[in-house]
Each structure stands twice: as C-alpha cells, then as structure tokens.
Write a protein that binds this ligand. Structure first.
Ligand SMILES: *Cc1c(COP(=O)(O)O)cnc(C)c1O
Length: 294
C-alpha cells in the first residue's frame, strides 16, 4: 500500500486565483497525478487498500469510452503491479483515453449497452470461481469511495463559506458532506449535477450521509445533459483557462465553474463569499471535445 502514496501529490495544494473581479480558492486535486487524477484517486484509495488486504491482484471495472475512472484505475494499477481489465460500454472504438488505458496495461472488453447494464452479471459470467479478481463498480462508487473523498475536507487548514463540486454519481459530494459534518464546519456544500434529471442525486447522497442540512444542489447547469456542451460553456472555459492558467474539462469542472460565476452574477451567491472550488481533474475529457475548442 505504501507505493500507492509514493507517487501522489498529497495533500493537494490550494491555489488562489482571480477571475471577473472575484477571488477564488481552487483545491487542485487535478495535480495529484496526471492520470490518476482528482476525485478518481480519492475514490480508489480505500478500494485498492481493500483489494490489497484481500490479496486480489486483478481489478475488474467498468466505464464509458472516455472514462476518467478507467484511466485512473489503469494507471494506479500499473504503479502497484496489479492487472486490470475493463468492460467498456458500446461498440469497439479507439481514442486517446482508451489508448492510454492500454498503454498502462489495461485489457479492454467492449460490451453492448444492454449487457453493460448488469455489471455484477458480467463479472460473474467471466470470473466466477476466480480468486484473483476484484470487482470495482463504474466510477468507483462505494462506501470506501466516500471515505477517501471525506479526506479532502481533512486537508483544509482554513474555513470556507462555500465548497463547490461537480457531481456525476454524487459519491464525491457525499464524501465531502460527510467530512463537513464530521468536523462540524459551518461550510455549505454546493453541488452541480452535470447531467439532466439529477433529482436522484439527493437520494444518492442520503444513502451515505444522514444530515443533509449543509447540502445545496443546483440543477440548472447540465448544458443539455451528460457530456453535452454549448458554445457558451466552451467560451467560458476558454476565458477562465486563458486568464487563470487552470484548465477545466467540459464534462465536469467547466460546468461547475460556470455555475459559480453565474450564481454570483444572479446574486444567489454573495460575491464576497469565501469560495473553495474542488478541481476534480478529468482533464482528458477535453480531448473528447477538442474540435469544439477550435
Ligand atoms: C467522475 C468525475 C466527477 C464526478 O464524481 P462523482 O463522484 O461520480 O459524482 C467529477 N469530476 C470529474 C473530473 C470526474 O472525473
């Protein structure tokens, strides 16, 4: 397990930047590692520890064709001499993220969307009776994952009025809320679901955390749905990156950061508020949308 930490930049630094006249603190989880980046490392940490304790040396996991989770798992496994196999949703394709996964030694099996839905069944079908294999759910969603994400809060040395994060499954948000509650911080957690119909998110977070009083969800920043973009979003990302030097991806962090400045412009969030934005990494998401950036 020691090796897992050796190559990771932890605790991740906090950088203060200024954009549109507003000062903003950014927790740079994107800098933890170029490939095992952001919340995907936070989520994997205790999962990999559990696998190691159980003497499992072959990780089996699941993801889409541009999955940050697959790349993070492939890279973390390679550092720790573990085998990895991924079931990838949809027809066989190649792209820079999948090429990197393969470079890190991950084996890819493409499965149709219907079969992909039942992950436990896929696992059983291919690996029943195999003692080496360890099941990791899509995106690493699990109780272990929330435990790793709660440690982001433990790393903070000062208080913030608001912490902002992007949400796909809501696991990262659940962990952050757990950390805030445990330390009884006055901080509100503002969560930006990046997909349409994020109403399930509150229930998902409630699976892990009892007290939701510090949770605020903003449902209007999905830009048409998961991995959908608009020219306005792309322009915002270019502006922010060009004037702060911090890259944002168009799937997660770009939408969250857009939301922060939109909520300020609309007077919903006070401009003077001390805000921490969690940069969850995932920058290879830019490659999937590179044509839109011109
Ligand atoms: C996966 C991912 C998220 C979403 O995390 P959840 O725990 O699924 O809500 C947010 N940001 C980035 C960059 C990601 O890769």
């Amino acid at each position: 397990m020691g090796k897992l930490f050796l190559f990771m930049l932890l605790p991740s630094p906090i950088h203060q930047v200024s954009f549109r006249g507003k000062s903003l603190f950014v927790k740079r989880d994107d800098l933890i590692d170029p490939f095992v980046s952001g919340n995907k490392w936070r989520k994997l940490k205790y999962i990999l520890q559990d696998a190691a304790q159980k003497h499992k040396n072959h990780l089996i996991t699941f993801g889409g064709t541009y999955s940050n989770h697959l790349l993070a798992t492939a890279a973390a496994a390679a550092k720790n001499h573990l085998r990895t196999t991924a079931f990838v949703r949809g027809e066989e394709v190649n792209n820079p993220v999948l090429s990197l996964c393969k470079l890190f030694g991950m084996q890819l099996h493409f499965v149709d969307r219907k079969s992909y839905k039942n992950k436990k069944a896929l696992f059983e079908q291919h690996y029943s009776g195999n003692n080496d294999t360890y099941f990791i759910d899509e995106g690493g969603a699990s109780k272990e994952a929330t435990r790793g994400c709660a440690e982001i809060i433990d790393e903070l040395k000062e208080n913030f009025d608001y912490i902002f994060c992007a949400a796909g499954t809501g696991t990262t948000a659940a962990g952050l809320l757990e950390g805030i509650n445990k330390q009884q911080l006055p901080t509100e957690l503002h969560v930006i679901p990046v997909l349409k119909g994020g109403d399930f998110m509150k229930a998902e977070i409630a699976n892990y955390v009892n007290d939701l009083s510090k949770l605020r969800l903003h449902f209007d920043y999905h830009f048409g749905g998961y991995a959908k973009t608009t020219p306005e979003l792309i322009t915002f990302i270019k502006d922010f990156t060009g004037s702060t030097g911090i890259l944002l991806d168009p799937i997660y962090t770009g939408k969250m950061c857009y939301a922060i400045f939109d909520l300020i412009a609309k007077g919903i969030i006070k401009k003077e508020a001390k805000i921490l934005m969690l940069h969850t990494g995932g920058l290879f998401g830019i490659l999937g949308k590179i044509d839109e950036f011109g």
